[in-house]
Design a protein around this ligand. Sequence first.
Ligand code: ZN
Length: 327
Amino acid sequence: MQDYPDPVPGPDQVVVRVHAAALNHLDLFVREGIPTLKLTLPHILGSDGAGHIASVGSDVTDLEVGDRVVLNPGISCGRCEYCVKGDDSACVDYRILGEHLPGTYAEQVAVPARNALKIPTDLSFEAAAAAPLAFMTAWRMLVGRAKVRPGEDVLILGAGAGLSTAAIQVAKLAGCTVFVTSSTDEKLQKAKALGADVLVNYKAVPWSKAVWELTGRRGVDVIVDHVGPATFKDSVRTLRKGGRVVVPGATTGSMLELDARYLFWRQLSVLGSTMANQREFEEVMKLVFMGRLKPVVDRVFPLKDARAAHEYLGRGEQFGKVVLAIP
Ligand SMILES: [Zn+2]
């Protein structure tokens, strides 16, 4: 471990004294090395964070020292054709805290002022830090991309993932019937407490067949598959005609097998989705602030135990977010 100099805010930036950071699978990928990502080492991990404003740049007018804030981890250029259309996460220079930029496993981090959003006094830093990446991703993929409608059947694979705990709640809020899969009944019961309607233990039964039968051999309208090669083939087989599978990541590899006969005969849509734009971030965080969506914190580790926290997340035993407390 070594000490960094404290960051100094640029004119349109703020420096945040981080009190809590949340882990994402992305942190594990960055730690292991992403072939296309060139980093200067040492590098600070961490996309999600919450804390208070420690200093503000000369052009910042809407935030003050001491404000409690949560961070939007996606940083866009504001000038390219996608940014001009408000589609921040498609920015040609889109960067994510902890991936392309120094992250939140730190006492202080500098971000553009627009990336810091004030949080209500009754929301803890741990809960706030657990929200952004999972909820913004869930919101965009289900509401913005899959365009879920009330009454639809939505299947979310791997209920214990932080993203899944957010997606279950977003799909319920949208009026959908939520199917989930998990490896243990304990996690399935926790998913039920979040609102999941139909529980499938994939260690006990082949999940695709089970869901097919549970829907009267119709299939579901939407599937969230962040698992990838291990599940994608079955996901496609589990969709109804006109169904959509949304892919916000792939934790088991990068190549997906797609049977073209299912694709055209059932007229399916495969939708990629990543992060969210500023409007979507603010929409979903407002619902978190109102208590309509609740960040699920599985376990809090002190920052010095970040390694143990990574090992814990890597084993996939968690239900919800793993958080680092920064004293
Ligand atoms: Zn841009």
